[in-house]
Design a protein. Structure first.
Ligand code: ISJ
Length: 428
């Protein structure tokens, strides 16, 4: 971005006296949402939208954001990560994807961090006029009335040409792994459904936020889901990440069998091995950019409503002059969504998956003017597009790591568990 075209934004943040019900304020048709438990934000309207594509999309977005943040006029007495100027974003998985990667600066942002809440209004800075004279304190708008919900029936167990291609891909991946071409590759499959155009998307978002309270529930530019995997969180100089690899379906209504599924995951040599690879890939990518990198000693079992995951948390101090978006670019794609080694895995995905992943398994999150932000891997999600006047298409994607000895049938069943958050959230 040349300096001539840098828009000059003005952001005014004010604390809110009461804690808002964030989701209630989201746009029913084009929600802009980032929430987990008693934290998060909801955007209303758009002050600015930046679009990127290609292999250098992260670098160009990070550079553009640095310039915009530097040029912005920010009146922010709250001074917390996520107050002042904020953009929400979603980035495509592949550098070759036809899907746009976007950063959106909402016109209004209502945010909450535990017991504190604030509102930020962003406008194009007035030129020539006395900015102070035109500035008004942003006010909480009326929440839109709750609309209807008819939902979509996503069938994720049906077999057909699409699943045939998935099974063939998994078998071929195992063959290539046996031949020594690569160690691990993550293969995914897609399913498509239609929802009525008038449906109020706060309904599925509310379900996701309630059921998946250990996950980040998000809605950015039609990408809607709840991800358990923190790619990077960088706030006030502290960096953290959560690496997941290794999955078992939860067993509903049978605590003993559910406990056995968890123990089997914790003691599986195959899963521990795959997990170690995923952790190593994040450590290697992150190490040059941070100080005092440490990981939880042993992987732990993360319990979600649909699955158990082997999980490792990482913590570090931020190195000099790095913002969250630069770290996202350095980390993406991790072995959790591509494989090992990365280059061979990306090529294998391009050859064996018969579709463009779009934003699935890319990054979704937010960034503020200081470079603080939170980004998760876009998993357990679906992308909504406008189809015809009356309907919108929902494309949901889920996958899993293929390693030596992976069984295609078993991998298919694992994807069914990973589709569950979206299937249930969008059901009638
Ligand atoms: C690829 C997905 O999930 C990833 C793959 C996992 C696995 O193979 O065990 C576990 C968590 C995620 O890192 C997905 O949800 O689509």
């Amino acid at each position: 971005m040349s300096s001539v075209s840098v828009p000059s934004l003005r952001a005014v943040t004010r604390p809110l006296a009461e804690l808002p019900d964030l989701l209630a304020y989201a746009d029913p048709a084009e929600p802009l949402v980032w929430t987990r438990g008693d934290r998060g934000c909801v955007g209303i309207g758009e002050a600015l939208r930046l679009m990127f594509s290609g292999p250098d999309r992260f670098d160009r977005a990070a550079a553009a954001w640095r310039e915009i943040a530097a040029a912005a006029e920010i009146d922010d007495p709250v001074r917390l990560p996520g107050s002042g100027l904020v953009a929400l974003g979603t980035f495509a998985f592949a550098g070759t994807s036809g899907a746009q990667s976007v950063l959106v600066v909402p016109r209004l942002l209502i945010a909450r961090h535990r017991g504190l809440a604030w509102i930020t209004e962003v406008t194009l800075a007035p030129t020539g006029a006395d900015a102070a004279a035109t500035a008004l304190d942003p006010e909480l708008p009326e929440a839109p009335p709750l609309g209807g919900w008819r939902g979509a029936a996503l069938d994720v167990t049906e077999r057909g040409p699409q699943t045939d291609a998935y099974f063939a891909g998994v078998r071929e991946a195992v063959r290539r792994i046996d031949d020594g071409a690569l160690e691990k590759v993550v293969l995914a499959r897609q399913t498509v459904a239609e929802i009525p155009a008038g449906d109020d998307l706060r309904v599925p978002l509310g379900r996701l936020a309630e059921r998946y309270d250990d996950c980040w529930t998000f809605a950015v530019d039609g990408l809607i889901g709840a991800s358990p995997e923190t790619l990077i969180r960088s706030t006030g100089g502290a960096v953290s990440a959560r690496v997941l690899a290794g999955t078992r379906a939860r067993v509903a209504g049978d605590a003993a069998a559910d406990g056995r599924a968890r123990d089997e995951l914790l003691t599986s040599a195959k899963d521990q091995h795959e997990h170690a690879f995923a952790v190593q890939s994040v450590v290697t990518a992150l190490a040059p950019h941070v100080r005092s990198l440490h990981t939880s000693e042993e992987p732990f079992a993360l319990r979600l409503p649909n699955v158990w995951h082997l999980a490792t948390d990482l913590g570090a101090g931020l190195g000099a002059e790095r913002g969250a978006l630069e770290l996202v670019g350095a980390l993406h794609p991790t072995a959790a969504v591509a494989g090992t080694p990365t280059g061979a895995a990306i090529e294998t995905i391009a050859e064996l998956e018969p579709f463009d992943r779009g934003r699935y398994s890319g990054a979704v999150g937010w960034i503020d003017a200081a470079g603080d932000g939170e980004w998760v891997i876009a998993l357990r999600c679906g992308q909504l597009e406008s189809a015809s006047a009356g309907t919108r298409t929902l494309t949901a994607t889920a996958g899993g790591g293929i390693v030596a000895g992976s069984d295609p049938e078993h991998e298919f069943v694992e994807t069914v568990s990973k589709f569950r958050p979206v299937v249930e959230a969008f059901s009638a």
